[in-house]
Write a protein that binds this ligand. Sequence first.
Ligand SMILES: Cc1cc2nc3c(=O)[nH]c(=O)nc-3n(C[C@H](O)[C@H](O)[C@H](O)COP(=O)(O)OP(=O)(O)OC[C@H]3O[C@@H](n4cnc5c(N)ncnc54)[C@H](O)[C@@H]3O)c2cc1C
Length: 529
Amino acid sequence: MPSSSAYDVIVIGAGHNGLTAAAYLGGAGLSTLVLERREVVGGCCVTEEIAAGCRASTTSYIASMLRPEVIRDLDLAAHGLRMVPCDPALQVPFPDGQVVPWWADRERTVAELRKISPRDAQTFTRVDDELKKLARYLQPFFLEPPPEVELDGLQSWWRLLQLGRRFRGITNQELARLISFLTGSLGDFLDRNYESEKVKTLFLANNVYGKHGGPYDPGTALGLLFHLLSGGEHELQGFYGHVIGGMGAITLALAAAARKRGVEIRTSAPAARIDVRGGRVKAVVLEDGTELAAHAVLSSADPKRTFLGLVDSKDLPSDFRQAVQGIKMNGPCAKVNLVLAEEPRVTGMPTGASPAQRSLFTLVPSLEFAEIPQELWVDCVVASNVDKTLAPKGRHIMTCFVQFVPYFLRQGTWDENRELLGDRVISKIGEYAPNVPGAVVARQILTPLDLERIYGLTEGNIFHGDLTLEQLFFMRPVPGWSQYRTPIAGLYLCGAGAHPGGGVTGAPGHNAAFQFLRDRRRGFRAANA
Ligand SMILES: Cc1cc2nc3c(=O)[nH]c(=O)nc-3n(C[C@H](O)[C@H](O)[C@H](O)COP(=O)(O)OP(=O)(O)OC[C@H]3O[C@@H](n4cnc5c(N)ncnc54)[C@H](O)[C@@H]3O)c2cc1C
């Protein structure tokens, strides 16, 4: 592409959503350029060297919701993507030495639960059937823009009809259950259905990721359904996958698929500004001053970075800017990635467990403790147990996702407290796997501030904005602008800040690309339409 002529589209950010959008746009024959501020592609879906010869999924670490449609459409398997189901999908060691796994095979899980509470084991089958059925109603909403509440006239009736079709066959009782899942709390749901604290803790380990607040907060029950959307190549409900080569294999496959479709990708190319003239996108200006003309821009940077950082305030209505300023971020997560000289030996892990079965465990506070934000929650994945490509012989890779740690510290700075966090996490793991503290060869500690500095996540928020009820569906990123369009003609949001939100799904990237293509076909000017 000669620098004097305009690209059809510039995509800002080579995270998995930016790359997904670019691949679809390239596939539609549009000249497409992706700009990434970091020296590598991947965003929060990346594999990086954390010590000589040792690689880890430095941020996201399990693939559970990557849309099967994206995997198929972009032929990611042909570009090297291989996922191995996590089985168990989840495993919780308890202080009394019992380790409770959640197997892919439901009957096997029921047998585990029976050892704890026969009543809860019986309830599990009924609840699982119900949850899976309700999740299937939500599934189609993932790969399309959310319902537009602001439409009027015929359009609104047409939309209502479409919505009605989605729920054809739903009983009144199911509808009531669905609404209670959308608005209710995980804690109340668990208290209503289960008697054993251990069984409740198992559910808790699987939910309430990435946000402050506890399991009794309204809207937290929704996580139960999100996790039961189908994922992986074979569209399994509740799929959890290890990605061979680490999560970066997903974005490398996406980048390869995009390049195959003619997309150009530039790394170490931070966008400084989106130029707008007459209410329409004109160009992207890089930090080094290079100006790149474009007919449209899709930004996968989070909404605050995009609208408050890249766009001049005079180009946006003040109420829109205010709404963006009000998006709740304040990420509660950190990551500690370890190279170990020995595999962790978790107390109580069955002696016959295979390396793959020993590859994950979650240290989770009980329901009451989960209400106290200071209590560390650590989700550990021994990725090298399933993937020998990550480390040389004799070295083991364990990634540890940590919450609830605030971006805003009451005292001191994260630069002062980084090592303390690392020490606390390792000591917490040592309570359950006593050989770990003595086996640490190298460690990488990513505080919420590091997630912001390195990966570009405002306030370290892993989802580009909290996944709370008031920031989901037609309220995401802000009410009135859930259709990926923005008040600036030709500017679209295509990252996790848009519907359906965060996680490695590819859905916002897919949906934004198709929205843009539809608008383009209609010759539609997004602003003032
Ligand atoms: C620690 C952590 C653990 C997680 N664990 C999981 C998990 O196990 N499973 C899961 O499904 N999800 C997980 N997530 C969430 C998930 O990774 C993210 O929600 C998702 O990857 C966001 O994808 P994205 O493409 O929308 O944005 P990002 O991955 O954030 O990509 C945006 C890209 O834009 C770039 N960018 C920003 N500004 C500019 C600019 N001005 N110019 C050029 N480029 C720019 C950034 O550098 C970045 O590469 C985790 C996230 C984190 C941080």
